[in-house]
Write a protein that binds this ligand. Structure first.
Ligand SMILES: [Zn+2]
Length: 425
């Protein structure tokens, strides 16, 4: 094999000049470009994501490619020289190009010049162990790897997952309910039958496959925007980070009166990385990221119903071979289509009932793009948040919207909270 390569290198080396733009991405043949006449190679962002099975999200000003918990984010520039200088993505004639070396560095990809072409590929990965963890009502399978790995759900029950680029797996005893099958793009893992559809959680060198256990309490994640050194908007001495924390804490106590699992991404004045916020969103039936803006309007943003995570080419083939009801799971996260928009609508109607003008809007946002359920980013005008009464009102509107969306009987907010399960409409 190595001898063949050496011969190839010599042969192709002779024609080096004409091949210098060739870019091999996984098994895909492509071209690199050099914006601004510089020496920095840029590759086609979408093709790279699809060929390597990376997560992909394009927003108006930024593009994100992810591999497990690793995310490479690029600002988008249409001036070649600026894109090179800032190592931004470069938009040219409708296509988006990313600096290949920078991408490889961020995601720890293999990137080398080999026999006259640049080769960009996943490094081979090993699954080191699979651990089953029971935490309260939740069952988790923790998959530990020797690098970050992109995993996709191929089938719900029993769960079958694609571990892209994984070449090695631990030995399992013959009677183990866990089994593997080798594919040319990586390895499939089969987990035991369970109740609920699995959700994925990406952590450094780990993927957690989680499903609800016995009690199956709906999980609501409340994300107070900003925090720590990041104050957010400041209007008349009031800081966004404080106002949104106060509302989420009030909302937390309203929701906790019912049988819900409620998680706060922060419960104090501290910084929370964007990725950590987004990871919380993957496991939530309802996710509310709360922000404040000058003025008195309320806007509920939901992520547009687009395919944010592109499947790799092999995934497409798998998809064609997969029965229709499983294909739906293969092609998107667990949320039913339109669930975020439906929840945003409930929120907006709730504010209207309280006499507050509210709009809904669709915008591509990273924190929402990883959501497993209905996720919105809510911007509330400072006018609504100025007083404790105003903040309480916002929390009450949101609590009602959550109950309504989850199909729980309406709880009338009372000054003295009723004990859990005691409220009747
Ligand atoms: Zn904000």
């Amino acid at each position: 094999m190595r001898r063949t390569w050496t011969v190839l290198m010599v042969l192709l080396g002779l024609g080096l000049a004409q091949y210098e733009n060739r870019l091999l991405v996984g098994f895909q043949e492509s071209q690199a470009i050099f914006p601004g006449g510089g020496s920095v190679a840029f590759g086609p962002a979408k093709l790279i994501a699809e060929a390597l099975g990376l997560g992909y999200l394009e927003t108006t000003g930024r593009v994100y490619l992810s591999l497990g918990s690793r995310v490479a984010a690029f600002g988008i520039n249409s001036q070649g020289a600026d894109a090179v200088r800032l190592l931004n993505a470069y938009r040219s004639e409708g296509s988006l190009w990313v600096p290949v070396r920078e991408l490889a560095r961020n995601l720890e990809l293999y990137y080398r010049n080999e026999y006259g072409a640049s080769v960009l590929a996943l490094r081979p990965a090993r699954l080191l162990e699979v651990q089953r963890v029971l935490a309260g009502s939740t069952e988790r399978y923790v998959l530990r790897f020797d690098r970050d790995v992109q995993v996709r759900i191929l089938a719900n029950n029993p769960p079958r997952l694609a571990m892209i680029g994984v070449r090695g797996v631990p030995d399992t005893p013959p009677a183990s309910p866990i089994s593997f099958s080798r594919e040319d793009w990586g390895t499939e893992i089969y987990l035991p039958q369970g109740g609920d559809p699995p959700r994925l959680l990406f952590l450094p060198r780990q993927v957690i496959v989680e499903r609800g256990g016995l009690s199956r309490l709906p999980r609501v994640v409340l994300d107070a925007g900003h925090g720590g050194a990041d104050t957010g908007v400041v209007v008349g001495g009031l800081r966004e980070k404080d106002l949104v924390l106060s509302v989420t804490q009030r909302l937390h106590s309203l929701l906790r009166q019912r049988r819900l699992e409620v998680i706060l991404t922060r419960n104090s004045d501290r910084a929370v990385p964007l990725l950590a916020r987004a990871q919380h969103a993957t496991s939530a039936q309802v996710f509310i990221s709360l922000h404040a803006a000058a003025g008195n309007r309320v806007t509920a943003f939901s992520h547009p119903e687009v395919q944010t995570l592109r499947l790799l080419e092999k995934g497409r083939e798998l998809s064609a071979r997969t029965p229709a009801h499983q294909r739906a799971i293969l092609e998107r996260f667990v949320a039913a289509p339109g669930s975020a928009a439906r929840f945003a609508q409930r929120v907006s109607e709730g504010f209207a009932t309280a006499g507050i003008v509210a709009n809904t809007s669709q915008d591509a946002m990273y924190v929402l793009s990883m959501a497993g359920g209905a996720a919105i980013l809510l911007e509330v005008g400072f006018e609504q948040l100025r007083t404790p009464q105003g903040r309480e009102q916002v929390a009450e509107v949101l609590a009602r919207a959550v109950f309504s969306y989850l199909g729980l009987p309406e709880a009338r907010p009372t000054p003295n909270p009723t004990p859990a399960g005691g409220a009747r409409p």
